[in-house]
Design a protein around this ligand. Structure first.
Ligand SMILES: [Mg+2]
Length: 362
């Protein structure tokens, strides 16, 4: 018999805005908007809870947000800071879960079915995760706990901010019956209005439909709607590990002192690294040059560009970076090039085979 899944969905509260409020205490307690300038056509990327009280929400044009709340503070996003927090919370997740599936920088599904900590209580594990996140990032997360991804995701939204919400197996079907269709993950505004027109307003309404009818009306998604209306969701939590950099290096058969020869070698490397990037569908902003001298001393020099690096830019940076080393004065035995600073959504599924040392509990 397969064991009941224990899934936690963790979601940081007002993520970008909370990071800004943490880093600039002046912003605390104030309506804060992360995104474009107030008079611009850019949209709100995130806003603080104080801003939400004015009816502001993410994806709203900044100009509209400004009309709703002229005293709001507008700041541009700082993705580096968000990514740093994202790395930290993922570290916390891996402490407790055997599988971690990030949905975005601040959100992930965790499979804790086999986690032995806290006697295997998913609720206590969720509390520990929230505590560790708070201690290590000074930020607040909400967690939803349930027996599948669909319900765990809904649960994390039930008690925000600083939420911890459990939907037990015996509560699942009842819970969904009363849930508004618009709250279903995987049902967007367009499907919601289509369903509303068909008289489907809640999970209970949805449950009256046969699988066949749902397939007819909604295509392949119909099967998913049929299942989740009954609290059934067998999708596994799929671990994804974020690749942080990609690089190559060459050790020369004889040490090189001539700069033009080094550049030639680096250009060959650059092409290989860039090919590899393309193969992995990655783009990055940081180029790091590694130089090992004949005496084995090692230096690295990096440049971060404002935009993703293309091959021509990478090649043009090689001599600049090389000038910042002692190459030429000192003979060089090895050079390496690495690209990092990848785009936000470029996640590579490496099908983690980590042995986390977690033991199965019955
Ligand atoms: Mg969030």
């Amino acid at each position: 018999m397969t064991q009941q899944q224990k899934i936690i969905h963790v979601d940081m509260d007002a993520f970008f805005a909370s990071v800004e409020q943490r880093d600039t205490p002046d912003y605390l307690g104030k309506p804060l908007i992360v995104g474009g300038q107030p008079n611009s056509r850019a949209v709100v990327a995130a806003c603080s809870y104080e801003a939400r009280q004015f009816g502001i929400h993410s994806a709203m044009p900044c100009s509209q947000a400004y009309r709703l709340c002229p005293q709001a503070i507008f700041v541009p996003p700082r993705f580096e800071a968000y990514r740093e927090v994202s790395d930290k919370i993922r570290e916390v997740f891996w402490r407790y879960a055997s599988e971690v599936e990030p949905l975005s920088l601040d959100e992930a599904y965790l499979d804790v079915t086999y986690t032995a900590d806290y006697d295997g209580s998913a609720t206590l594990i969720a509390r520990a995760i929230k505590r560790d996140i708070l201690e290590e990032t000074q930020l607040i997360a909400s967690a939803g706990v349930s027996y599948n991804k669909f319900l765990a995701k809904i649960a994390s939204d039930m008690d925000k901010p600083d939420g911890l919400y459990l939907i037990k197996p015996e509560q699942g079907a009842e819970f969904i019956a009363n849930l508004a269709i618009g709250k279903f993950h995987g049902i967007g505004p367009a499907t919601e209005s289509k369903m509303n027109k068909l008289g489907i307003k809640t999970g209970l309404d949805l449950r009256q439909w046969t699988k066949e009818d749902l397939l007819n009306k909604f295509g392949k998604s119909g099967a998913y709607y049929f299942d989740v209306a009954r609290g059934i969701d067998h999708r596994p939590v799929r671990s994804q590990r974020v690749r942080k950099s990609l690089g190559k290096e060459t050790t020369f058969s004889t040490d090189i002192t001539v700069i033009s020869e080094l550049i030639k070698q680096l250009e060959i490397l650059a092409e290989r690294v860039f090919d590899n990037l393309e193969k992995h569908q990655l783009t990055g902003r940081t180029l790091t040059l590694k130089v090992k001298y004949a005496n084995f001393e090692l230096v690295t020099r990096a440049h971060t560009a404002e935009n993703d690096l293309d091959l021509a830019t990478i090649k043009s940076l090689l001599s600049t970076l090389l000038e910042r080393t002692n190459a030429g004065q000192q003979a060089v035995r090895l050079v390496g090039l690495t690209i990092s600073g990848f785009g936000l959504n470029k996640v590579e599924d490496l099908n983690s085979q980590l042995d986390l040392g977690l033991t199965q509990r019955i």
